[in-house]
Design a protein around this ligand. Structure first.
Ligand code: NAP
Length: 251
């Protein structure tokens, strides 16, 4: 039956950036759909664990600005839950500074978390999927700035444009193993990532005025797309970046 195709019963997922915002919402969606989740973030994901229960959601802390934790993350998921079926590359940061003065430090930090680690964690997950022999799902969180230039966020735009590109590259090479690599491009969502924008009255009003749906998004708005791309309902969707944006890109 069609709704069974959306079930994640028996699946094991890693979700990065699981302590707050969109990663917490995606973890909740996966557990509600039947999966077990290993969360990863710098801060302990204690609130997410309280919300979802220790039997469904475990977490480790790691700094994803370096590659040091990559193999440990995949290894812990397999140790805790026996295998890995889904990776969500959600952890991400943004640094705002005029391009004319933008620092090398803010360039490297954003690119490392949002792009470099995302790729090598995906590679480690894909190796695990290939070892297991039953395919897998990789979902990365892209952005409106995978399509647009943005203002005062050059490293963020570079990293999110790269996410859309390497989603296609990875998909092209790994679809033959039954691995679906896709991305979700959220619109303007009310989380810590956009706090500075929402506190700037002029920018906040300009953004809201441009969203056809007439409101900022919330973590719950991503739940359906995340479960779709993690489930067998999307088995023939490859290399695509799906906008969940209240209509922003259509304008
Ligand atoms: P958020 O609440 O700031 O969440 C960011 C998450 O990334 C946190 O869990 C954070 O963990 C984790 N993280 C950041 N740096 C890390 C590092 N070095 N090592 C490990 N974890 C790290 O913002 P969000 O909106 O939910 O963002 C989630 C994703 O959506 C990001 O990739 C963001 O770019 C993307 N996105 C957001 C929007 C939006 O409008 N909000 C729009 C498009 C795309 P700690 O809390 O422990 O630091």
């Amino acid at each position: 039956m069609i709704l069974d195709m959306f079930s994640l019963a028996g699946k094991v997922a890693v979700v990065t950036g699981s302590d707050t915002g969109l990663g917490q919402g995606i973890s909740k969606a996966f557990v509600e759909a039947g999966a077990k989740v290993l969360g990863v973030s710098r801060s302990p994901s204690t609130k997410t664990q309280e919300l979802l229960g220790e039997e469904n959601f475990k977490y480790i802390t790691a700094d994803l600005s370096s590659l040091d934790a990559v193999s440990d993350i995949i290894g812990t998921a397999v140790k805790e839950f026996g295998k890995l079926d889904i990776l969500v590359n959600n952890a991400g940061i943004i640094k705002r500074e005029d391009s004319i003065d933008f620092s090398v430090e803010n360039w490297d930090l954003v690119m490392n978390v949002n792009c470099r680690t995302l790729f090598f964690l995906s590679q480690a997950a894909a190796k695990q999927f290939i070892r297991q022999g039953s395919g897998g799902k990789i979902i990365s969180i892209a952005s409106m700035l995978s399509y647009q230039g943005g203002i005062r966020v050059p490293s963020y735009t570079a990293s999110k444009s790269a996410v859309k590109g390497i989603t296609m590259t990875m998909s092209n090479e790994w679809a033959k193993y039954g691995i679906n690599v896709n991305a979700i491009a959220p619109g303007y969502m009310a989380t810590n990532n956009t706090q500075a924008l929402r506190e700037d009255a002029d920018r906040s009003a300009a953004i809201l005025e441009r969203i056809p749906a007439g409101r900022w998004g919330t973590p719950d708005d991503l739940m359906g797309a995340a479960v779709f791309l993690a489930s067998s309902a999307s088995d023939y969707v490859n290399g695509y970046t799906l906008a969940v944006d209240g209509g922003w890109l259509g304008r």
